[in-house]
Design a protein around this ligand. Structure first.
Ligand code: NZQ
Ligand code: ZN
Length: 389
């Protein structure tokens, strides 16, 4: 096991109706005027935004709003939010939505108190040393941004989708998790969220670091729970208990606990981010397409961990590592398929992917050789993309 530092300071408020406590939570972190950031429609239609506003009013918290944040969020809305936050003397950001909304809120939080261009953080030209506090009311279990220190934004110029990772500054101060808020999710978004949270665990699980048994078992346990609960939410979107388990799994998958003590991988995410940047697909659905392709490559080149994954998560009973790994991939694909997720570029809605472009952007953004579990060149990542054709 490697040495590690792990801090997960987000306070989670979990359960039915907990969005009514938003005002109290905002007051508790010392904010007096916040920017409510939200998406296109869903949170307005469900009445959630109105309930959040009532809760803020009750606690005499002032607010302005920034709405219409789209999936795969872009830098233009961040610049807009920073300007409003400065003009209105905002002292905190309240994200009501999913990963796209939360990531935009985080970027605004860091950019508002920074003299330069907020993109400097994403381009690796500056390190965050300060940010406004961010609170979250989560509406979709998927990206895990409610507990992570990460923010993923696309720069429209050049379509660079970059994931910024911080230890501390971008971790939300609180996250309100009411599983009932996820009842309205369309099946495709529910399924894509499930693929995304599984990928967050697997990116940490596929590691070259030996002797991380506790962390491995945490990962395997959460993955098994997801596989058990997922069919229930797909069959009955208003199954509170199943929604609750999936929601908590999504948070645990990405708040860092699944990575303690080891090198992490993240190649599949980097590869997917290029697909969603160029083709605008849903992130989790892109991962359902890329992850089995990544594992197929690993079954050929480094099968020991995929074999362990197959044996422990899907109860595969095969001695030979490569054969066990391939059998595990087949179970994973069946599972994704059962949720209605795409497994190929065509099923994802990308008929003729420009693999050369994806590979070029990937290695421009992430380096010549990438990957924590197994080091991959541009020739290797081209093969992995081609496995998803
Ligand atoms: O805009 P509205 O109308 O709200 O619709 C949204 C959106 O179309 C809808 N939705 C959300 N909650 C709903 C709902 N519809 C009905 N009922 C509800 N309760 O779902 C759609 C997708 O929303 P989005 O926020 O994009 O989903 P998600 O949470 O999957 O976030 C995806 C983004 O997060 C990034 C992804 O790359 C992508 O840009 N990620 C962020 C990470 C992080 N910050 O740690 C890690 C992840 O790996 C990921 O890369
Ligand atoms: Zn993800």
């Amino acid at each position: 096991m490697n040495d590690f530092r792990y801090q997960a300071p987000t306070r989670y408020i979990f359960g039915r109706g907990k969005e009514e406590e938003t005002g109290n939570e905002v007051a508790a972190i010392g904010c007096k005027k916040v920017m409510i950031v939200y998406g296109g429609q869903s949170a307005v239609k469900s009445g959630l935004i109105d309930r959040v506003k009532v809760s803020l009013d009750e606690c005499e918290i002032k607010y302005v709003t920034l709405s219409g944040i789209k999936p795969n969020p872009t830098d233009d809305r961040v610049y807009e939010g920073i300007e409003v936050a400065r003009n209105e003397s905002i002292d905190g950001i309240l994200a009501v939505g999913g990963g796209s909304v939360i990531d935009t809120a985080k970027a605004i939080a860091a950019g508002t108190v920074y003299d330069g261009d907020f993109w400097d953080f994403y381009a690796g030209k500056a390190v965050i040393r300060n940010a406004l506090p961010v609170g979250v009311v989560l509406t979709i279990p998927a990206a895990g941004s409610e507990g992570s220190g990460n923010s993923v934004i696309t720069k429209i110029d050049g379509l660079h989708k970059i994931s910024l990772r911080t230890d501390f500054w971008l971790r939300p101060k609180f996250a309100i998790l009411n599983p009932e808020l996820t009842f309205t999710l369309p099946p495709f978004q529910t399924a894509s969220g499930i693929a995304d949270m599984m990928a967050h665990i697997m990116e940490r699980y596929f590691s070259p670091t030996p002797d991380v048994e506790v962390t491995d078992r945490i990962c395997e346990g959460i993955l098994k729970a997801i596989i058990e609960e997922a069919p229930k939410v797909m069959a009955n979107p208003e199954d509170y208990e199943a929604r609750a388990n999936i929601m908590w799994a999504g948070t645990m998958a990405h708040n860092g606990i699944c990575g303690c003590g080891r090198v992490e991988d993240w190649v599949s995410h980097f590869m997917e981010h290029e697909i969603s940047a160029v083709y605008g697909v849903t992130h989790g659905a892109g991962l359902a397409t890329v992850y089995p392709a990544f594992l197929k490559f690993m079954a050929e080149h480094a099968p020991s961990k995929p074999a362990q994954f197959a044996r422990r998560v899907f109860d595969v009973d095969i001695q030979d590592d490569k054969s066990a790994a391939l059998e595990g991939i087949s179970h994973l694909k069946d599972f994704f398929r059962s949720l209605g997720l795409p497994l190929t570029f065509a099923e994802l809605g990308v008929e003729n992917p420009d693999i050369d472009l994806l590979v070029k952007k990937l290695h421009e953004n992430k380096g010549e050789i990438i990957g924590g579990y197994y080091r991959l060149s541009a020739a290797d990542t081209a093969v992995i993309y081609s496995y998803a054709l």
